[in-house]
Design a protein around this ligand. Structure first.
Ligand SMILES: [Zn+2]
Ligand SMILES: [Zn+2]
Length: 940
């Protein structure tokens, strides 16, 4: 054991002070770097960091994620693993483009093109280049160890080259196709959006839309089919109506008009209005009927404007007759395809209606609603117009309402991978487990083919060069592309990459790159390859660390990052991408709503980290059900509670030990000199039990279960071990052997405990460990080896629990009978069932001391009951008086600022003479003289 002089601690626990000091120490001494490099290269534990989007300030979700990403690697490092941790930035995609558009004061693709793509891209590069320095503050101050300086960026040429390689591989495997499918489309951003992008942060919002019942006149008859829609702007492209074949439909008269609708929707449609039932028939009777088109802006086919059977017609809303606009909506488009109906692409890239639509030519689709409704009303084709509040998908970036629109795009054939994705999911350890076959697998089941192209600018290019003759070139590397194009490639971004062309090897025409860029989720999914520039570099390192041992993100990523990573690794390597995954929940604002600056519903993270410290935040979040995928409401009280109940208690316990040990010039000895007391053995058993449990739970990624052991242990240490050891230590102690035993025990407790809790509370544990041992860092230590079951005396733990129950009952008795603990009593009778319990003399003594009683008698009984002999003899009264005086003198010593080992004299008006020696010994008093009031006399 290295010689290390113990220093007392003067202050109370101030988290920011401790944490700033530790942070500065770590930085100055490169402790993080050492913690990685100290471990053998061939024993790695791989962790993949999901890249956050580069702009903005971190929010609680980021902090939470970062803490988890710190706890597990710190633990694995102590278990001997080398855990490389490199930060990553997600740079590309709509989020950045939207911000840059705002900065430049432009608001559409047209304006970008007018400005010039080169200028726009330059602005994007600038924007993501200015990584907020604030991030580093947060990452440091929550105690996350990660290589921030060498962060990978998805916009780096190396990274993009790996992405191009990934695309090439997928293309080679015939997993990529260009298709025309319905998908979500943002009319402001003019690009397809993945359904999982909308799902992940719940970009569904309640909006008010028109709810309109439109009359479609049957050809040659004076009857109307009544259909319902909330998107009047699609009515000019209505080419069919859908009905449910099996349902019953009726013809009714309302205000002299004959209307046809589903019977089950009568009440909902007419309410209290009395309508006359004219006729009743089945849905199949309606199939094939022709009706007059509302609009004739587009030429129609003979099969258009008829009633078709459709299996998606709901009886839950509307009229049971559905307006069909092929090209908008998946069902509509499928039905249109089935019957070869006209598809009119009536909305352009910017969400504006086709000039052909006379009633609302060139209008933004949302503003076309009103014009179309006014027109239909004028022609008496609207039965009823109301409004409806419903949940509608919005662009996750610009918040524009999205539309389902048929579009040409590049797709990844997920359907053909599903079986394998489900098979390899079996090899993933999900925490909590229910996500495995729950949301994750269901997500795979229901996933459509992945629309991987964006008709945008700032992203990795779709690396496909096409020729008019149909010849296609898909390079696998920059080198490959350079050879083909015969020129040096320095930037893979648009517009430079668009200018790379070459003569087609087949026909000699000039082949051009397709205009789209990749969905930035393809880049995020390529992180395992891109971060190491695989396969162009680091092949060995890549292979040794793939699949990852561990990843973690929040529930939103079940259908996003977790999913896309799984898709790509299955497509490329027929394997899963990560072995263990912790799914975090979401932190909600204190009013239960999403956290928002506008609502002011959460404490500012920076202020509160300074106020309560990061260790308390880590204890709070890591101990909460958010670590098993549940959402929580942020609670300042719960955060503060960690500080008060656990950290301050731990600090004060340590302070008690170190200050007395320092005062006594105690030095640790390697071996214990004598047999430990039951109290010592008990706390050591509890320590080992706790360490073993933390080890087991962190190893199983069950962080809250590991955290749950800390507070009870700290409480046992403080409210029982230290409480019952107070008289064993310090200058008034007579039995130095026993005193040393207590110090040795406490030293073991603090060394081992600080090691075991260091992954969770890295700051305070570091402070205690270094302060106590003088060693470089707790985070360079190995996992404590003491946590083996053999050193846990379960019997003793059980017996001590019984002792504490008796003590608790004793205190309760004194309280109800109003007898202060400082008044000694003659006898305690304990009634109870002690068959499996052994309360030996040492334990009995603990009870006597704690309850201040001279004798204890045990008698049999079913339930624990205690009873004191409350008769006060002259002896007991004097003894109580002496104890009262000890307390009073100790208070007076404190008030006079005496050193703990300072010997003093006192003046007392009166004291029980037979307890004079006891008084003097307990309070380091040399002499007592009689006088008027209690007075401390120093320096004599
Ligand atoms: Zn948008
Ligand atoms: Zn060609």
């Amino acid at each position: 054991m290295a010689k290390h002089k113990l220093k007392p601690i003067e202050t109370n626990y101030v988290p920011s002070q401790v944490e700033e000091e530790v942070l500065a120490y770590w930085k100055k001494n490169h402790i993080f770097e050492k913690s990685v490099e100290n471990r053998p290269e061939n024993n790695s534990y791989s962790f993949y960091d999901g890249p956050p989007f580069i702009t903005g300030l971190p929010h609680y979700g980021h902090l939470l994620g970062s803490i988890v990403k710190d706890v597990i690697p710190r633990y694995q490092t102590m278990k001997g693993k080398r855990v490389r941790r490199v930060w990553g930035w997600d740079c590309h995609g709509l989020p950045a483009e939207n911000k840059v558009e705002k900065q430049l004061g432009i608001n559409s693709k047209k304006e970008i093109e007018t400005l010039g793509i080169d200028k726009f891209i330059a602005a994007c590069k600038d924007y993501v280049g200015n990584v907020s320095a604030e991030w580093e503050w947060y990452v440091d101050h929550i105690g996350r160890w990660v290589d921030f300086k060498n962060a990978y960026k998805t916009m780096d040429t190396d990274y993009m080259e790996s992405v191009i390689w990934v695309f090439h591989k997928l293309y080679d495997k015939k997993l990529i196709y260009k298709g025309q499918r319905v998908s979500l489309f943002c009319p402001r951003c003019s690009t397809p959006i993945s359904n999982f992008e909308v799902a992940m942060d719940n970009s569904y919002k309640d909006v008010t839309d028109p709810s309109v019942f439109v009359k479609f006149k049957l050809k040659g008859e004076d009857k109307y089919l009544l259909a319902w829609t909330t998107t009047p702007w699609t009515l000019p492209t209505n080419f069919a109506l859908g009905v449910a074949q099996e349902e019953t439909y009726v013809q009714v008269t309302s205000n002299g008009e004959s209307l046809i609708l589903a019977k089950s929707r009568l009440t909902a449609t007419f309410g209290d209005e009395k309508v006359k039932l004219e006729n009743e028939f089945s849905g199949s009777d309606l199939v094939g009927l022709e009706y007059e088109p509302l609009y004739t802006d587009y030429p129609a086919k003979p099969q258009d404007h008829q009633v078709y059977a459709a299996n998606f017609v709901s009886q839950e809303d509307g009229t049971g007759i559905v307006h069909i606009a092929p090209g908008f909506g998946e069902d509509d488009t499928a039905l249109g395809k089935e019957h070869d109906l006209t598809v009119a692409e009536s909305v352009d890239e910017e969400g504006k209606l086709d000039p052909k639509i006379t009633v609302a030519a060139g209008k933004f689709f949302k503003s076309a609603d009103k014009l179309i409704l006014t027109d239909l009303q004028a022609r008496n084709l609207v039965f009823k117009l109301e409004s409806i509040i419903h949940s509608y998908p919005h662009c996750h970036r610009c918040e524009t309402p999205l539309i389902y629109k048929v579009q040409k795009a590049w797709y990844l054939d997920v359907a053909s991978l599903k079986k394998q994705m489900k098979a390899t999911n079996r090899d993933i350890n999900w925490v909590p487990g229910h996500f495995k076959h729950g949301r994750f697998e269901l997500g795979i089941d229901s996933a459509p083919d992945w629309c991987i192209s964006r008709t945008r600018y700032w992203g990795a290019p779709i690396p496909v060069w096409e020729c008019v003759c149909g010849e296609v070139f898909v390079p696998s590397s920059i080198r490959d592309l350079e050879d083909w194009a015969g020129k040096k490639i320095t930037d893979l971004h648009r517009p430079d990459i668009d200018n790379v062309t070459s003569k087609c090897t087949k026909c000699g025409s000039l082949a051009h790159r397709v205009p789209e860029v990749l969905d930035s989720w393809v880049e995020a999914a390529s992180m395992p390859y891109g971060q190491r520039h695989y396969p162009f570099e680091n092949e060995k390192e890549f292979l040794a660390n793939f699949p990852a041992d561990f990843i973690t993100e929040y529930t939103g990523q079940l259908r996003a990052w977790f999913y896309v990573m799984h898709v790509i690794s299955n497509a490329l390597f027929q394997t899963h991408c990560f072995k263990n995954v912790i799914v975090q929940g979401v932190i909600m604002g204190n009013d239960g709503r999403k956290m928002s600056k506008n609502y002011g519903n959460y404490p500012d993270p920076k202020d509160y980290i300074v106020k309560y410290g990061a260790d308390s935040l880590r204890l709070y979040l890591m101990g909460s059900p958010i670590m098993v995928g549940q959402d929580i409401i942020i609670s300042e009280t719960d955060w503060q509670e960690q500080l008060k109940t656990t950290l301050m208690t731990l600090w004060n316990s340590y302070k008690f030990f170190i200050n007395y040990a320092a005062l006594d010039n105690w030095e640790p000895k390697i071996e214990m000199e004598q047999v430990p007391t039951k109290l010592d053995l008990w706390i050591l058993s509890r320590l080992n039990e706790t360490v073993l449990e933390i080890d087991k739970q962190l190893g199983a990624y069950q962080i809250p279960r590991a955290v749950a052991t800390i507070k009870p242990f700290v409480s046992d240490l403080s409210t029982w071990y230290i409480r019952r050891s107070r008289d064993r230590v310090g200058p008034t102690t007579l039995d130095k052997t026993d005193r040393n035993l207590a110090y040795s025990t406490l030293r073991t407790v603090f060394v081992v405990l600080s090691q075991a809790v260091s992954p969770i509370i890295p700051f305070l544990s570091e402070f205690i460990y270094r302060h106590l041992t003088g060693e470089a860092s707790v985070h360079l230590a190995d996992w404590p080896a003491v946590g083996t079951p053999e050193v846990i005396d379960q019997n003793l733990i059980r017996n001590m629990a019984e002792v504490r129950r008796i003590v608790e009952a004793g205190h309760a008795f004194r309280k109800t009978n109003n007898i202060a603990v400082k008044q000694p009593l003659a006898e305690l009778t304990v009634k109870g069932n002690f068959e499996d319990i052994t309360i030996d003399n040492q334990l009995i003594q603990l009870i006597k001391d704690e309850l201040n009683v001279e004798e204890i008698k045990f008698i049999g009984g079913n339930q624990l009951e205690v009873d004191f002999d409350t008769k006060l003899t002259d002896h007991l009264i004097k003894k109580g008086r002496a104890r009262e005086l000890v307390r009073a003198i100790q208070e007076a010593r404190k008030a006079a600022a005496c050193r703990l080992d300072e010997v003093i004299a006192v003046v007392l008006p009166d004291w029980p003479v037979e307890f004079e020696d006891y008084l003097k010994q307990q309070t380091l008093v040399r002499q007592i003289t009689r006088g008027e009031a209690l007075t401390v006399v120093r320096g004599e």
